[in-house]
Design a protein around this ligand. Structure first.
Ligand code: PXG
Length: 467
């Protein structure tokens, strides 16, 4: 697991030394990384990556859930280059705008569901989440209920890693480092049926998991709650797909208590689930929506918050100056690239194909080809995103002890054998670029099956699985 990369005669030795000496990586145990040396990713095309040692990898994670359109699109390079030549930067603070920022706001207003007609730009998903918190609290001040401050989110949710994003997210490991966290944030249980549903049917569990929201609202006091925030599918939490009925019930409860509903679409947005947004897949109409990643397919850092008429009009008509924004809000190069990305996603029918063809094929093949593997307890997913629970035994359902790091063992086999598949605890997740073909899905799943076999061998060698 901790094998050195073959650095002996590679030209990367110096790069690895510099990396170990000077580069602090995100979400990384630097000591462990530096013992082993970074893998240097060098180039990419379509769904494939190559490292500097010449190994080809299928990128089963679209980078970090973001390269929806795949690598190597010259159109996006050209859009950036044109914009950089014409106007590399101007801000949107001083009663100014740029054509790409305004056009992108207008396009997003068209694409987003319901009356999400107003767009605030930022640069990352975390900043979009900070913006959501500032917007909803400001909204209630302007609406004459400044005591409505509390945001409710879920355990095992991921909403970024700024102070606000970490506070709102429900990642226990993150909360253990560097608090105190933002006050006025509450968490409820996640809708993880396979892991936490016990003997309940999916329907009954959906009702019970949603009822936790109502219970929390009553505990906090309905008039103190500003908003509920949730990912349509929890991505970094391991691809937790809520059982049918959950989201409808969450929306009903929010409406009943007049609580703003926020969908964090940073992963689900831009085709991942077979519609433009996960909210459409789950039939909800949020009051606000955060988005990033697939907005530019990762070719530029950009994020946005779509704001519905109710909140936006209150702020526009009664809010005066909103004291929030970033130097690069609406960066013209990022907006130009995002516009071109959205144009291509639509013009090439990429999202329709995920909904009607490659998404269903991926889901069906996953179950058919991996479902019977001794390590796979359960597979859940929609479109081109899926999560698989690794289990010690299927019946009775027995999860691995978390300190075994079974997910990491599997991930390392994948990396060594030409596949990027991410581990979230003891769940393996896949979210390949949306341009993946049926043949490439077959190739991906063959590699995944092989790596699961290698993981089983490793676990047998450790005496954790029977021979
Ligand atoms: N919301 C959601 C739903 C996300 O998935 C963010 C907000 C924050 O976005 P930024 O751009 O600030 O990273 C995310 C990001 C992983 C992983 O390993 C997931 C994310 C980021 C980094 C790693 O699964 N999601």
């Amino acid at each position: 697991m901790d094998a050195q990369h073959n650095t002996a005669d590679s030209g990367d030795t110096e790069l690895r030394q510099q990396d170990a000496a000077h580069h602090l990586h995100p979400f990384t145990d630097s000591a462990a990384l530096n013992r082993r040396g970074s893998r240097v990713i060098d180039r990419a095309d379509g769904i494939y990556l190559w490292d500097t040692e010449g190994q080809q990898l299928i990128d089963g994670m679209s980078g970090l859930w973001c390269v929806n359109i795949g690598y190597g699109r010259q159109e996006l390079v050209d859009a950036a280059s044109r914009q950089m030549q014409q106007l590399p930067y101007y801000n949107t603070f001083f009663q100014t705008t740029t054509a790409p920022a305004t056009r992108l706001a207008s396009r997003l207003a068209e694409l987003t569901p319901g009356d999400l007609n107003h767009i605030f730009f930022a640069n990352s998903g975390s900043e979009a989440i900070d913006t959501v918190i500032r917007l909803v609290r400001r909204y209630w001040e302007v609406a004459g209920k400044p005591w409505r401050k509390v945001l409710i989110a879920r355990h095992n949710a991921y909403h970024g890693s700024t102070i606000a994003g970490t506070s709102l997210g429900g990642m226990a490991a993150m909360h253990k480092q560097g608090g105190p966290w933002l006050p006025g944030i509450e968490h409820i249980r996640q809708p993880y049926w396979y892991g936490e549903g016990g003997e309940l049917s999916a329907d009954a569990f959906a009702r019970e998991a949603a009822a936790a929201l109502e219970a929390k609202i009553l505990e906090v006091g309905p008039d103190n709650v500003a908003a509920f925030v949730g990912e349509p599918i929890q991505g970094a939490g391991g691809v937790i797909v809520p059982p049918p009925g959950y989201w409808a019930e969450i929306q009903r409860i929010c409406r009943q208590y007049d609580i703003l509903l926020v969908a964090d679409e940073v992963i689900c947005g831009f085709g991942r689930t077979g519609n433009w947004f996960g909210s459409q897949t789950f039939g909800i109409e949020p009051d606000l929506m955060s988005m990033a990643k697939g907005l530019s397919s990762g070719y530029q850092p950009i994020s946005a918050v779509a704001v519905g008429d109710r909140v936006a009009n209150a702020l526009i008509e009664g809010g005066g100056e909103f004291g929030h924004g970033f130097t690069y809000s609406g960066h013209p190069v990022a907006c130009a690239v995002a516009l071109e990305n959205l144009r291509l996603l639509e013009a090439e029918g990429i999202i329709d194909r995920v909904r009607d063809d490659t998404g269903p094929w991926f889901q069906q093949q996953l179950r058919e080809r991996l479902g019977d593997h001794p390590l796979i307890g359960h597979i859940e997913g929609v479109g081109l995103v899926a999560g698989m629970a690794l289990v010690q035994s299927k019946a009775p359902k027995t999860f691995f002890a978390s300190d075994l790091d079974v997910g990491t063992i599997c991930r390392d086999h994948c990396f060594a054998n030409g596949l990027v598949m991410r581990a979230c605890g003891n769940r393996m997740v896949l979210a390949p670029p949306l341009i993946i073909t049926r043949e490439q899905i077959d190739q991906l799943l063959s590699r995944a099956r092989h790596c699961l076999d290698l993981t089983l061998d490793s676990l047998r060698a450790l005496g954790v699985m029977p021979d």
